[in-house]
Design a protein around this ligand. Sequence first.
Ligand code: AMP
Ligand code: GLY
Length: 425
Amino acid sequence: MTILLLGSGGRESALAWKISQSPKCSHLFIAPGNGGTGAYGTNVALSPVDFPAIEDFCRERGVEMIVVGNEDPLVAGIRDYFAERMPEMLLVGPGKVGAALEGSKDFAKQFMARHGIPTAAYRSFTAETVDDGCRFLESLKAPYVLKADGLAAGKGVLIISELEEAKASLREMLGGMFGKASATVVIEEFLSGIECSVFVLTDGAGNYRILPVAKDYKRIGEGDTGLNTGGMGAVSPVPFANAEFMEKVEQRIVKPTVSGLIADGIDYRGFIFLGLINVEGEPMVIEYNVRMGDPETEAVMPRVASDLLPLLVAAAKGNLGDLELAEDPRTAVTVMAVSGGYPGSYAKGKAISGLDGAGESLLFHAGTALNADGQLVTSGGRVIAATSYGPDIASAAAKSFKAIEALDFEGKYYRRDIARDLQAL
Ligand code: AMP
Ligand code: GLY
């Protein structure tokens, strides 16, 4: 089978690594890919949101299935485009309406309310109802959670401890702080607990498989301090997400989500990412995403023991049936090396060396590129992820830290405390 994977991050490196191992994969293209994805297939210089160019490429190369890694093409309607122009194309990822679970927080909250899925209490406001918004804030206890409705590159959530500051931020958000994305703002109750990420692959026909559970580390600084990033590391499995917790997740969240999509007439074939919080043993939804997580995928894919490709094909065709998704029992820990200055401004084009010091660890490239001389250089904030297996978190983490220490590029930074909180549990 000929497959086109869209995206260029560490997540796509891990997906490409996994898909390319399938005996059924005859050719894998990655668009645009990065400095490392050429090891798993052929990089193609196409933008994931240039649908006509993707269509031309698919026709020329006989692509039979598109796997969408990042959310932008989904929110922009790639499934709807191909359904109209090339209905025979298999595609992993929801259509525009389903993608609104990630593209609009207000839509996601209404969906959860409609289907009785546990989440924080909320209300939505626009510029016209800003005074009501301020009164709603007065009725809540600190801290206050304000969320831009639309996609804001992961920056659209503010958590504020002072009431007056929260009111001022609400006005600023509705005034265009995140452009159109914050024309509507969701204000919700603050939930206190530890977070984890659960990934579900579903086929639009009510069947689903739950992938290995993971936890990511969002802040730039050790001890979860400083600015939010795309994610600095990940661990799978997650000790507190034990069988009892996962049973609650499946019964209270996964099943009503999958059946709710069907009840609402949304033909959802692809990954659902449940951003969950464990509130005293009870799982609640913080957010939905309509793709895999990054860097969670770099820890999750190495723990998928089954061939992923037949599962993707079956999800895209609408018949997951009884296909098995087996888990590798080992623990996987991912540590991300980032460019100095990230998530603020940072330099690009720095030469990268030391990849041969990774030992048994897997290196998943994220922000890397090959320059005109064919040399591997940095090209993004998150540069390379190292994932290692171990019988427990401590031994897997130690191997990943060693692999990241062996890497060299100017300004390299990583969090030395990835997974430490889970070892103490
Ligand atoms: P989101 O983009 O919705 O995932 O929000 C980003 C981060 O903000 C989450 O990963 C949480 O750490 C935090 N967050 C969002 N909503 C809440 C909430 N209701 N209570 C506490 N923390 C939250
Ligand atoms: N790691 C969180 C995300 O992918 O959104």
